[in-house]
Design a protein around this ligand. Structure first.
Ligand code: GUN
Length: 293
């Protein structure tokens, strides 16, 4: 029974990537171009290196072109901005992603806002945040976009559902709340200063946990049948071994939840699938062609 409760993000992401591979092949055959994604890594952050490697591998596996730029940790903001300028002008590059976090000598928001908004496949540019907030056509941050697809796959129409988003980052919490609002959910954004978090979560039909606190959300906080999406990826030491856990205490939540994403294998794989999707969408818009069916 509980197996049906587990939302298999890995399988769902694989289906999306298969479709994208077919769409890329169709663009090459019928429209004569190959979508391209440039990924920029500054420095040696170990987690970022793994993410960037996975992004590059999956981009190539889908048939798209992958352009990887690895810069030294001491790179100046001016050098990075000059690379962004070059990528903005390159017609082979349809999507640009600068892996975060950046070294402290670099103003991350200034770099993000230097990316052509129509190539900003992370959806972090202020223009894309504005488009999302005002119902315009832009590019949507990948992780919340992936969460939304998992929710719609489970629940169908989300209108009228009460969603509680825990976390208010620009990368996940805020765009997630905006996407849910666009689906006509009633949305609460909770954060570290929220007075009674368990009471807020107890009202939720949908819980999105994106705070970066290992196993924080407990089973007795949940309304029976709530759908729980765990965005957290925390590496903790348990019984002398390192393991990955989310922001949700999976063991105590699975009994009460209607459905729940595991960590790993839930939201994580969806993020890269949505990155490839956004690159495809950006490429089609830049070439003035429809997304292949
Ligand atoms: N670092 C952690 N998550 C992300 C993401 O979604 N995009 C980028 N660019 N960097 C990240």
């Amino acid at each position: 029974m509980s197996d049906q409760k587990i939302i298999d993000g890995k399988a769902f992401a694989e289906k999306i990537r298969t479709k994208i591979t077919e769409q890329v092949a169709s663009l090459q055959k019928h429209n004569g171009f190959t979508p391209g994604l440039a990924v920029v890594l500054v420095g040696e952050d170990p987690a970022s290196k793994v993410y960037v490697r996975n992004k590059g591998e999956q981009t190539k596996a889908s048939g798209m072109a992958s352009f990887e730029h690895k810069l030294d940790a001491s790179t100046s903001q001016a050098t990075l901005l000059s690379l962004i300028d070059q990528l903005n002008k390159d017609p082979k590059v349809n999507g640009i992603l600068v892996q975060l976090p950046l070294p402290k000598q670099i103003d991350a928001q200034a770099v993000i806002n230097a990316i052509d908004p129509d190539k900003d496949v992370d959806g972090f540019h202020v223009v894309n945040a504005g488009r999302l907030a005002t119902g315009g056509q832009g590019l949507v941050p990948c992780t919340p976009y992936g969460c939304l697809l998992l929710l719609k796959d489970r629940l169908g129409d989300l209108a009228g559902k009460h969603a509680v988003v825990i976390g208010r980052s620009n990368i996940v919490g805020k765009p997630m709340a905006q996407l849910l609002l666009n689906e006509s959910c009633t949305v609460t954004i909770a954060h570290s200063k929220t007075k009674d978090l368990p009471a807020e979560v107890r009202r939720a039909d949908i819980v999105i946990a994106a705070v970066g606190r290992p196993e924080m959300v407990k089973g007795d906080w949940l309304k029976e049948g709530a759908v729980v999406i765990d965005v957290g990826i925390n590496r903790i030491e348990k019984d002398g071994k390192f393991k990955l856990v989310g922001d949700v205490d999976f063991q105590s939540c699975i009994g009460r939840a209607g459905a729940i994403t595991p960590v790993p294998g839930g939201v994580g794989p969806m993020t890269i699938a949505m990155l490839l999707h956004s690159t495809l969408v950006a490429a089609c818009r830049q070439h003035g062609v429809e997304l292949p069916k």
